[in-house]
Design a protein around this ligand. Sequence first.
Ligand SMILES: Nc1ncnc2c1ncn2[C@@H]1O[C@H](COP(=O)(O)OP(=O)(O)OP(=O)(O)O)[C@@H](O)[C@H]1O
Length: 257
Amino acid sequence: MAVAGKSRSRATPARALGAHRGLMTEIVVRQLGKNYGRVAAVRDLSFDVPSGQITAFLGPNGAGKTTTLRMLLGLVRPTTGEALLDGQRYEQLAAPQRTVGAVLEATGFHPGRRAREHLRIAARLAGVGAGRIDVVLEEVGLTDAAGRRVGGYSLGMRQRLGLATSLLGDPAVLVLDEPANGLDPAGMAWLRALLRALADDGRTVLISSHVLSEVAQTVDHVVVVHEGALRFDGSLPELAEGDGGLEAAFLRLTGAR
Ligand SMILES: Nc1ncnc2c1ncn2[C@@H]1O[C@H](COP(=O)(O)OP(=O)(O)OP(=O)(O)O)[C@@H](O)[C@H]1O
């Protein structure tokens, strides 16, 4: 698989998260399919997500992205095929929290709970030491807001708290559904630097989006789906080849004019 040249922004190093443990945990999706009644949400989907890179999982609304991520995380049973982490299905993993951290939606927080309290509960449930809480708060820039109730958080702050929660187990794989949602330009730049540092540490980073321009500056590898099926799997420069550049290519692949 071709790999795009990386723009290495190291403004926000992930060193505080601890060096990766030398794991080369990749995501492998093979002939994955999911039917909801007559709706084929995902159809015969196969692709790999390599470690040490940031991969964008792109497609318009309803393309099947969330369904695919939910199958990868053991939340939905595939109709056909499989999605593997480190060669195993999610439910087979011996230490799921240390293997994969995920943010599927940043809205599920108890509004009356303070961020630190939320992380304390999440750490206990995940079997992670409380020492990680300050590390991840620092990493996502929420240290000063950790004592505030989450109900008063902006969407961008909730995204950061979701990310902090996903990092508690210092996972080798990160799966983020629309992580740029709610972030202002400074927040986007911060997220880009954080994801780059995590990938440079050898982690596997998969982010979904329905807006190519949101992730074009961030990613190395691109997987495009439309109507549940694979439309492109390659590097960002490969996607940009042809008339009109990136945005035109994305629109062509996803059936828009
Ligand atoms: N639980 C469900 N029951 C029935 N249909 C579903 C269910 N979940 C998803 N679908 C359908 O499957 C298709 C794919 O949905 P999915 O949420 O995976 O798309 P998506 O690419 O994540 O979209 P978005 O960008 O809008 O989040 C859609 O047609 C959706 O209506």
